[in-house]
Design a protein around this ligand. Sequence first.
Ligand SMILES: C[S@@+](CC[C@H](N)C(=O)[O-])C[C@H]1O[C@@H](n2cnc3c(N)ncnc32)[C@H](O)[C@@H]1O
Length: 255
Amino acid sequence: MEASFDKVAVNYDSTFTNSEIGKLQRNSVYKQLSKQLDSIQNVLEINCGTGEDAIWFAKQNYNVTATDISPKMIEVAKSKANLNFKTADINSIASIFESEKFDLIFSNFGGLNCLSKSELEKFFVNGDSILSEKGKLALVIMPKNTLWEQFYFLAKARFSSIFRRKKEFVLADVDGEKVATYYYNPKDIVNLAEANFEIVATKPIGFFVPPSYLEPFFKNKKGLLGFLNSFENRIKNWQFLSKYADHYIIILQKR
Ligand SMILES: C[S@@+](CC[C@H](N)C(=O)[O-])C[C@H]1O[C@@H](n2cnc3c(N)ncnc32)[C@H](O)[C@@H]1O
């Protein structure tokens, strides 16, 4: 796993973070996340990639520890900011941070889609153990029913791929690297987390704004992307669209 993301780390910001689609989707995440930050001080970011969100938190004076399994991603993050970046596997957070308490654990853009169902189930127990009382999880996850993706494969006549996200896992293409990816709808997350967490909110991210692999098509169509983003803003609180979007953000609070 770390090897796959190590290989894409150097180009990750140019292919995703700084892409037009990446910027719009990240802004949508920030709009929803900002509503959840009252009484938050200590943030643990898991699967932080190149550190973009850790920098966002730090600029607002949150105390952030940001982790990723890929040493190369952490190397890129460290080159961007002098923050508390650390190489760590999500599956080991309970032991790595056993003597710490966080008010928020944040996971952006599908890091948790790299976990199998049994690993994800353990994540909710482990996350609970290092959260403060009434601490929160803010998780941005890829669902199974993304409409953009279904239209994309239909248009390409790749009929066997249209419902690929419904398989147990898929070897997804991440900048040329094959990464085992597990898709979860909001309901799957609630089922796995409900013993430890109650649900606060679920919102779509990228229902009208397309997946980032369509960046080459949209690169020179900023007007169209802006138009789609204006629709995105109108539906941003329509929870029922979450499972049809490219990602969704789900906020859970410790019981
Ligand atoms: C699509 S990238 C998202 C990066 C970043 N959160 C962002 O918003 O751009 C997924 C990240 O998850 C990390 N990852 C995958 N499996 C992981 C694991 N088991 N533990 C920690 N990080 C993991 C990868 O190394 C990669 O940096």
